[in-house]
Design a protein around this ligand. Structure first.
Ligand code: URA
Length: 282
């Protein structure tokens, strides 16, 4: 690999990014972020046209068109540290709206296996966002991205829940699953009950980092995750609801694009109910 000169800004003169191997022009404004690299081509199967952009380490990137809208998908790998690298490099080449498409463990019985959870915000149980900003800084999703995800789920007839998520650095002990030899320290015991009691819907590992960075950088973000686990009933079903989460995320991009275009045409800084009404009546 050559052409990388500056250790504090590892990109080439053409803007090629060190980890993701993407450059300006490769990526759409709207980017879906699954954790799993194998999920990227699956997401792209729903597009009218798709091409492979790059694969390097855990980062696989495709771009294409969904219902005429330029769209990209990049895998983040598992957890906040690798997700921060993805978001940093995607933003540098022009991405502006990030939608995590993942899997999750539901904390409540009424979130059935295969349902999707749309996050309005996330408890920052991960450590990466603390490198960026104080712990009191909120990890909130963008209201228009949340609304587009809800609209997409409604129009596709997908069962969804909306609320707060907890993002952990740890799949096992940090989500109150016993570690090797049943290790579970006293300070993790009762975590699920506690989070449930303060109205948290689900556990996953990336949303709070994505929301925090998107807010700091004045970008937009949301998350839709398929419940493959239920921590109240004990059920675990890999893959359940993943296709629904993908369909919802893709459709949300089309909806957001239409709202954004209308907003731009009439010169509004924010999405308003009137913009949605104008498009509905058309
Ligand atoms: N992802 C998580 O982080 N936790 C789960 O329980 C399932 C998916």
């Amino acid at each position: 690999m050559s052409g990388f000169k500056d250790a504090s800004r590892p990109e080439t003169e053409t803007g090629l990014q060190y980890h993701l191997m993407i450059k300006p022009g490769d990526i759409a404004k709207y980017v879906l972020l699954p954790g799993d690299p194998e999920r990227v081509p699956i997401i792209a199967r729903f597009w009218d046209l798709a091409w492979h952009v790059a694969s390097h380490r855990e980062y696989v990137t495709y771009s294409g068109y969904y219902k005429g809208v330029f769209i990209s998908a990049t895998s983040t790998g598992i957890g906040a540290p690798s997700t921060a690298i993805a978001l940093e490099e995607l933003a540098r080449v022009g991405a502006e709206v990030f939608i995590r498409v993942g899997t999750t463990g539901a904390l409540r019985r009424d979130v059935s296996i295969g349902d999707v959870v749309i996050s309005t915000g996330a408890v920052r149980l991960e450590g990466t966002s603390r490198h960026y900003v104080m712990p009191e800084y909120p990890a909130v999703a963008s209201y228009d991205v949340v609304l587009a995800l809800i609209d997409a789920a409604e129009s596709l007839g997908v069962r969804y829940h909306v609320g707060l998520t907890a993002s952990s650095d740890s799949f096992y002990v940090g989500q109150e699953r016993p570690g090797f030899r049943d290790y579970l320290p006293p300070f993790q015991r009762g975590l699920i009950d506690y989070l449930r009691s303060v109205n948290v819907l689900n556990f996953e590992m990336e949303a709070s980092l994505i929301f925090t960075l998107a807010n700091i950088y004045r970008l937009r973000a949301g998350a839709v995750c398929a419940a493959i686990a239920n921590r109240e009933t004990g059920e675990f079903k890999p893959g359940a609801g993943v296709e629904d989460a993908i369909r919802v995320a893709n459709e949300a991009v089309k909806i957001l694009y239409e709202w954004d275009e209308e907003r731009r045409k009439i010169g509004k800084a924010h999405l308003t109910p009137d913009i949605i009404r104008r498009l509905t009546w058309r």
